[in-house]
Design a protein around this ligand. Structure first.
Ligand code: NAI
Length: 382
């Protein structure tokens, strides 16, 4: 039987198609494009260099990831606007100002036109100019609106530093001004030892009446910020915090149960969610699966078991890897049914991916599965 050839149809608006073509063209040489972009930016606008960390390794990846996300969602306006508004707010802590945006746009287009030469033409350039103008305007507007209600960053003093394992510490810190956030969210932290290097950490407690915040930090190999926070930071040291962000939060108008998976330090926001449910009158079932490589790595199991003792609606189960024979998400299959639950996944990117896969496999719709963006997690805690 003859094989029928069907021409691939590119979907989306004309601008989205042109932008995706550029992205496909540069996909394999993304590193070169980003290096060239920053070289152009710092040669043409040397005054912008101080906004970036002294070593640019992870920063380089971030730009391209932000662009890819924006390009990917060009036709999905609500998702794009939400993402860019967060990005605009988050950029205030770097000292980004309105007049910096055109400089970045001009260098971005300079780098793309050089490396996407095969597909670059006047229409493609016009599509990028339109997209960048929209992207930057949303970011500028959201930063301006945020300026009226919040500081660009907060100073926060370390109050307690509790080393739970050789490489995990629980830190309690006191912000210098009120810090409103929701359980399940995360923030960015800069230490005094690595200026302008920011890393994400989830809040490990629901908002407290004393205004203190807690974080669980694991020192990871080559992780400047995490090693400084675990091995160097002491009570009295002062860090900087960016604004809270993230949407892994509880809808208190619903009464569905919460199915929570916390892998390693990923238990931190899960603990915050449990406290949040405890504080909001209506009792709903919460099932926590807490995964770790070994029993010793379950550094916060006692807190979780204490919570279980005080709350009859809460069940906590520890899942030890047994040298990778058991994967945390597999444990879900032995319990359930989960039809009346929303899932909350927090942990390493591999766990989140396999958790989503298992949940979809047992019939949970994507709309009921919550987790932080895996791209963000790739630079979490490093
Ligand atoms: N909001 C969030 O999602 C948060 C994420 N994290 C992330 O959690 C991670 C914690 O690191 P560690 O404590 O070293 O965790 P880890 O690498 O020791 O993993 C913890 C547990 O997660 C499960 N797991 C890991 N990889 C898996 C995979 N591919 N498939 C299925 N299950 C898997 C296993 O049960 C493992 O014992 C970091 O990557 C950190 O960035 C930490 C805090 C909050």
């Amino acid at each position: 039987m003859p094989v029928q050839r069907v021409a691939a149809v590119e979907e989306g608006s004309p601008d989205a198609i042109l932008i995706r073509r550029t992205m496909a063209e540069i996909g394999s040489i993304a590193d070169k494009v980003t290096s060239y972009f920053y070289a152009l930016l710092f040669v043409r606008h040397p005054e912008l260099r101080v906004l970036f960390p002294p070593a640019m390794d992870t920063q380089r990846d971030r730009l391209l990831k932000a662009l890819l996300t924006a390009a990917e969602h060009l036709d999905n306006t609500p998702v794009l606007v939400d993402y860019l508004q967060n990005l605009g707010r988050g950029h205030r802590k770097y000292g980004t100002r309105t007049e910096h945006y055109p400089a970045v746009g001009e260098c971005l287009i300079g780098a793309l036109s050089r490396y996407a030469g095969n597909v670059w033409d006047p229409e493609t350039e016009a599509a990028w100019v339109r997209a960048y103008t929209t992207i930057s305007q949303v970011m500028i507007d959201s930063a301006a609106a945020d300026e009226l209600r919040s500081p660009a960053w907060w100073h926060a003093e370390i109050v307690t530093h509790d080393l739970r394992t050789p490489d995990v510490a629980i830190l309690t810190i006191r912000p210098d001004q009120p810090y409103p956030f929701l359980a399940g969210q995360y923030t960015s932290v800069e230490t005094p030892w690595w200026p302008r290097v920011w890393r994400h950490y989830s809040f490990a407690s629901a908002p407290r009446s004393d205004g203190l915040l807690t974080f669980h930090v694991k020192a990871v190999p080559a992780g400047w910020v995490s090693n400084a926070l675990v091995h160097r930071a002491r009570p009295g040291d002062v860090v900087r915090l960016g604004p809270p962000t993230g949407s892994m939060t509880v809808d208190h108008t619903a009464d569905s149960g919460l199915l929570c998976l916390g892998g390693g330090t990923g238990i931190a926001p899960i603990k915050a969610l449990v406290e949040d449910v405890a504080e909001h009158g209506a009792r709903r079932p919460v099932e926590v699966f807490y995964g770790a490589r070994t029993g010793d790595d379950l550094y916060d199991i006692h807190t979780m078991l204490r919570l279980q003792q005080s709350h009859p609606w809460l069940a906590v189960r520890a899942v030890i890897d047994q040298q990778a024979h058991v994967q945390l998400p597999d444990a879900l299959r032995d319990y359930g049914p989960w039809n009346e639950y929303d899932a909350y996944l927090s942990g390493p990117p591999g766990m989140i991916r396999s958790g989503i896969h298992t949940l979809r496999d047992i019939g949970m719709p994507s709309s009921r599965i919550r987790h932080d963006a895996v791209e963000e997690l790739l630079v979490t805690g490093i």
